[in-house]
Design a protein around this ligand. Structure first.
Ligand code: FES
Ligand SMILES: [Fe+2]
Length: 383
């Protein structure tokens, strides 16, 4: 069942979905300090494996060292050349290809400077790479430009208690990413409601679930949708058999988690798909997608292979669903860009996780400038 008895207000003004000034407020207010899913551990198979990407407009490099994964701003401290150029690969050392400076792979401090005496006087540790926070939860790698360490697993558990355990009992099967012309919040909000299913996903999901089979949980830093999983008898039988051989029982449930601000994850007993909505600008988003297969405590090789094959098949379904959403998102942004809007919008009970997210966000950036009436109306409706 849904939480609210009535419709809810659209709290954010349209400026929040298109203005660079609003985007800057979000960066300062919560995006830089938040933890964002950026990779899976499977993308770092060996010591020296690295991956480069942008995080909130900042180029970063993640690299596996002997004891874990470290991340740095991908800019050399000497004359600011890009340190790692390729999107992924393996390198023996963190070495700049311009003048050959080398950096410690754990701390980012300078380790070797060619012709070092010519930089005299240079204090040890005076120059080095800018570190980026990294935390691993199960097979997922989170990064933060300004986050407090030791937060990801605990805060994920506070938002959706099962998630860290689910991730510990899964292994990564694949990743994909999309660059989409849409504000990141419009993309996130699209995942927080089942209202669009009949219109956008008639050939995959079909139609929205019955409210009597759904539950919304609104948490301090996120929200959870719970509903029925795949009810087909052969799926129930297959999953039940494979899970039992691996020492687990089938619940038959489906969950969708949003950990504010950018992390979402859908999971069943046998499959996990996580989506990270990483803002590139006010109107462009990189969507990082990864999917994982469940494992079990009992080491049944055949059953684990079966779970892996079944998860790979489910990934095909989910990638079709995601493609349907990705095709839709620029259309949403196109409407949001209009200088004339038909009112302030309205949120249905089925979409109530959106209002919850918007209130969380407004708590961190302050009331909308020039949209006071909208914010006041929202407080009245929610209190
Ligand atoms: S810019 Fe990197 S070593 Fe000179
Ligand atoms: Fe969708």
């Amino acid at each position: 069942m849904f939480v609210s008895d009535t419709h809810l207000p659209q709290l954010l003004p349209v400026a929040a979905y298109r203005d660079a000034a609003w985007h800057a407020r979000e960066l300062d207010g919560f995006l830089r300090s938040a933890w964002h899913l950026v990779a899976t551990t499977a993308e770092f198979p060996q010591v020296g494996s690295f991956k480069t990407c942008d995080l909130l407009g900042v180029p970063i490099v993640l690299r596996r060292h002997a004891d874990g994964i470290a991340a740095f701003v991908n800019v050399c401290a000497h004359r600011f050349a890009r340190l790692a150029v390729d999107s992924c690969g393996r390198c023996e050392t963190l070495r700049c290809g311009y003048h050959g400076w080398e950096y410690d792979e754990v701390t980012g401090a300078t380790r070797r400077i060619p012709d070092a005496p010519s930089f005299r006087p240079l204090e040890k540790g005076q120059l080095g790479l800018v570190t980026v926070g990294v935390e691993v939860c199960g097979g997922l790698v989170f990064a933060s430009l300004d986050g407090s360490p030791g937060q990801v697993s605990d805060r994920l558990a506070a938002c959706a208690g099962d998630v860290p355990r689910i991730l510990e009992q899964s292994h990564s099967l694949g990743t994909r990413e999309y660059h989409v012309d849409v504000n990141w919040k419009a993309a996130v909000e699209n995942t927080l409601e089942s209202y669009h299913i009949a219109e956008v996903h008639p050939r995959t999901f079909g139609t929205w679930p019955d409210e009597r089979e759904c539950a919304h949980a609104l948490r301090t830093d996120g929200s959870v949708f719970s509903g029925p999983g795949d009810k087909r008898s052969w799926v129930r039988s297959l999953e039940g058999h494979l899970l039992h051989r691996c020492g687990k029982e089938r619940s038959g449930a489906y969950h969708h988690v949003h950990w504010h601000p950018t992390f979402t994850m859908a999971y069943t007993d046998t499959f996990v798909v996580a989506l990270s909505f990483l803002p590139e600008s006010a109107v462009r988003t990189r969507v990082f997608v990864c999917w994982l297969a469940a494992t079990g405590p009992r080491n049944d090789v055949i059953a684990h292979a079966g779970l892996r094959m079944w998860a790979a098949r489910q990934a095909g379904f989910w990638l079709r669903v995601i493609a349907e959403d990705v095709a839709l998102l620029p259309r949403i942004q196109s409407g949001l860009n209009s200088p004339v809007m038909p009112g302030v919008g309205l949120i249905s009970r089925r979409e109530e996780r959106i209002t919850h997210f918007q209130r969380w966000l407004l708590d961190r950036v302050g009331p909308a400038v020039g949209a006071g009436a909208v914010a006041i109306q929202s407080q009245e409706c929610l209190s």
